[in-house]
Design a protein around this ligand. Structure first.
Ligand code: ZN
Ligand code: ZN
Length: 728
């Protein structure tokens, strides 16, 4: 450190620089950082937040100013993210000192709201220190950590615009908040046991059983006894159950109506995760990151019986979704518990996560035995994010807490567009001057609750950034509820083909322009020809596409029902192979799984083409293969069959693949014909070839198909997107 120079004396030449920064630069100690740097360099002037970012005016010698401009991006606070960095040199004004000015209310709100960040090591040390005034205080935070997006009501990000406004800081907290040298300088949610939020433990009727530390202890006792606790966290409620208690986990499954879909786990320590799962350095870094997501990890083969979590946490699944405590409350709870808990979003299947304690009592009444609540309101409900490492890169499977609402920057600024997303795994996005703000994962728009959450998120994004969109973008599917919402808005509509949207999203994320070959494979999406698309090769630009190849089509007897019953898809594929006759396949698992009456109904649907839409879906082809191999005939959750095929690949080594054909499409382009692929699989199944090998051969075939079409189309840049590419 160089010595502090408070007033540069005898400076011959002064320079004045005006700096504008945007990105995630508010609420993470950016202004104090600038203040300290200016002090160190002996510059005068000021720094302030604006609705768009941070503005700095600084004066000093040219060398000092140059050092200042160089060091800002180099030494910026770890959580900040500078998107735009502009400066102009002006005539000196003669500031007398360097100060932090109050925020101003500008016109256009495009400042980036920081995401919610996991408890930092300093704060953690404080809450574990019996001498500290924040000892075991569950709402400890600082400029480096704590809630952000989940508590912001409006911009700029100041305490009066958060749900902390109702708590008046005590003199000690106010002193920290106003001291530029303090870690809590302008930490908007700053609080302590004297002045901040507090815990209560309620019974299932909402009666207060205990408060403060006693509330934690009693919640822990309940969990240890096998009870289910609803715990109010950062972005909503979790349901906590002892992950080592088979009965408790099964009880949670029963009450939550969740049969087989894996539960996420919260572990007390990294060591306790490593006792159960294989953890690579990259996965470890993700677990310990400020985003603190759920990381999908492979279970260790050999775990001591006492250490292993209950089987029903993730039945038949070789991986576990693990996360570490990310709020002080979680740290305190997990320390007292000392073992892994199921920490699943508190909701009924596919409904949005519950965020308000009164609502929680009502909605979770039959699920949770006790409620650990507090009086810091959650402005926005946000699920935990889910990440897995694929090919040494993190692949975000559910983008929510820790990531939302960081924007994707696009090159074209254009008018503001609100994009309302699809039907499953819905997310809403708003383009404000080249920043595409993506809201938290909302879920499937199948219940009134998720539909309400969707509407709230759409309105909320516009309110937060004070932006009225000029256009609204929606899926082409006429029946999606998000599409109906778009139509009702009366704004000019931009209808986007589902798979083209997948490709363009990937292009935007990777800042690609021009033409690419987009390979978009997923379960279902509306095709403009009236069929269900899902195995698509689209030669795409940012605005347009040409369908250059697709899978050979097949029927989905029963429509939506077929998406949950792989055996129906297999039956349809076999129907195509044998021209409507299943006699030669009656030894195969999917055909055997139906009663003769069911077989007749399904065949009738296809013969008469009633309730049997035509599809080119790759997701469904995975289902059919899983069914032929008798991995899964009826699904308990979406994607289960493809996951099954992926899991059994573990350890399989083969370069061989099945045959396939590339047919000329009379309408132009190519059709990938899977007839010989399926015939090959049937042959191997009948030979009782090991399932991992069949799965590997099938996956290899898909790789060869993709490569084949790519060579024929001749585009060098290939973009892969769609649900199938979440498959490792
Ligand atoms: Zn902190
Ligand atoms: Zn206080």
């Amino acid at each position: 450190m160089t010595a502090k120079i408070t007033m540069p004396l005898k400076v011959r030449e002064q320079q004045h620089v005006s700096v504008f920064l945007s990105g995630a630069v508010q609420g993470i100690g950016f202004r104090p950082f600038v203040f300290r740097l200016a002090q160190e360099l002996g510059l005068t002037g000021f720094v302030r937040n604006s609705t768009n970012g941070v503005i700095i005016e600084a004066e000093g010698s040219p060398q000092k100013v140059a050092a200042f401009l160089k060091r800002i991006p180099e030494e910026k606070p770890p959580l900040s993210f500078i998107q735009n960095y502009q400066y102009t040199l002006l005539d000196p004004i003669g500031f007398s000192n360097f100060v932090i000015r109050e925020s101003d209310e500008g016109s256009l709100k495009s400042a980036v709201v920081p995401p919610d960040i996991a408890t930092c090591p300093e704060c953690l040390a404080e809450i574990l220190d019996p001498q500290n005034r924040r000892y075991l205080y569950p709402f400890t935070n600082c400029t480096q950590c704590g809630p952000r997006f989940s508590i912001v009501e409006a911009l700029p990000y100041d305490r009066v615009n958060t749900s902390m406004k109702k708590f008046r800081m005590c003199p000690d907290c106010a002193e920290e908040y106003n001291n530029p040298d303090d870690r809590r300088f302008h930490a908007q949610p700053n609080a302590c046991p004297k002045c901040g939020p507090h815990l209560e433990l309620w019974d299932a009727k909402g009666k207060v059983i205990a408060t403060r530390r006693e509330a934690v202890s009693q919640a822990v006792d309940n969990i240890k006894k096998g009870k289910i606790a609803a715990v109010k966290g950062i972005g909503g409620f979790h349901l906590f159950a002892d992950a080592h208690n088979e009965k408790s986990v099964q009880l949670l499954r029963k009450r939550k109506h969740r049969e087989e879909k894996p539960f996420a786990l919260m572990f007390p320590t990294l060591k306790s995760i490593e006792a159960q799962c294989r953890v690579s350095p990259q996965e470890r870094a993700l677990l310990l990151s400020g985003e603190s997501p759920i990381v999908l990890l492979i279970k260790k083969r050999k775990i001591g019986r006492l250490k292993a979590v209950a089987n029903s946490v993730a039945p038949g699944n070789p991986s576990l979704g693990a996360m570490l405590p990310y709020s002080p409350l979680h740290h305190i709870l997990m320390k007292e518990l000392g073992r892994a808990v199921v920490a699943t979003s508190a909701n009924l299947a596919e409904e949005p996560i519950c965020a308000d304690e009164k609502e929680a009592l009502q909605r979770l009444g039959g699920i949770a035995d006790v409620f650990l609540v507090h009086d810091r309101p959650i402005v926005r409900s946000i699920d935990d994010s889910v990440v897995r490492v694929v090919m040494n890169r993190p692949l975000v499977i559910r983008r929510a807490r820790g990531y939302a609402p960081l924007p994707v920057t696009v090159r074209t600024e254009g008018p503001s567009v609100l994009a309302v997303g699809g039907h499953l795994k819905n997310t809403v996005a708003l383009n404000v001057k080249g920043n595409v703000f993506i809201c938290q994962h909302i879920g499937d728009l199948q219940t009134e609750q998720s539909l309400q959450a969707f509407r709230r998120a759409a309105m909320n994004l516009q309110g937060l950034y004070a932006t009225s969109p000029a256009y609204i973008a929606c899926d082409m599917h006429p029946d999606y509820l998000s599409t109906k919402f778009a139509k009702d808005s009366k704004l000019p509509l931009i209808k986007v083909q589902h798979h083209h949207a997948h490709i363009v999203s990937c292009m935007a994320e990777n800042r690609l322009d021009g033409t690419v070959l987009g390979i978009s494979w997923d379960g279902t999406g509306y095709g403009p020809d009236g069929t269900v698309w899902g195995g698509e090769f689209l030669k795409s630009t940012l605005t347009d596409y040409e369908r250059v190849a697709h899978l050979k089509s097949f029927m989905l007897p029963g429509g939506d029902k077929a998406a949950m019953e792989p055996r129906r898809v297999a039956a349809a594929i076999l129907y195509e192979l044998a021209e409507g006759d299943w006699k030669e396949f009656k030894d195969l698992a999917p055909i055997k799984s139906f009663t003769s009456k069911e077989r007749k109904v399904i065949k009738d649907m296809m013969c008469k083409k009633v309730n049997a839409p035509v599809t080119t879906s790759m997701g469904r082809l995975f289902d059919a293969v899983a069914s032929l191999m008798d991995i899964k005939q009826v699904l308990r959750f979406e994607g289960q069959a493809a996951m099954g095929l992926e899991y059994i690949l573990e350890g399989a080594r083969t370069d061989s693949a099945y045959d396939y054909a590339v047919d000329r499409n009379p309408d132009g382009g190519y059709i990938l014909n899977w007839t010989t692929t399926v015939q090959g699989i049937i042959k191997d199944v009948r030979k009782k070839m090991a399932a991992p090998k069949i799965s590997a051969k099938f996956h290899n075939t898909l790789v060869e198909m993709a490569l084949d079409i790519a060579k024929r189309v001749g585009e060098k840049r290939i973009v892969l997107s769609g649900g199938c590419f979440q498959n490792k």
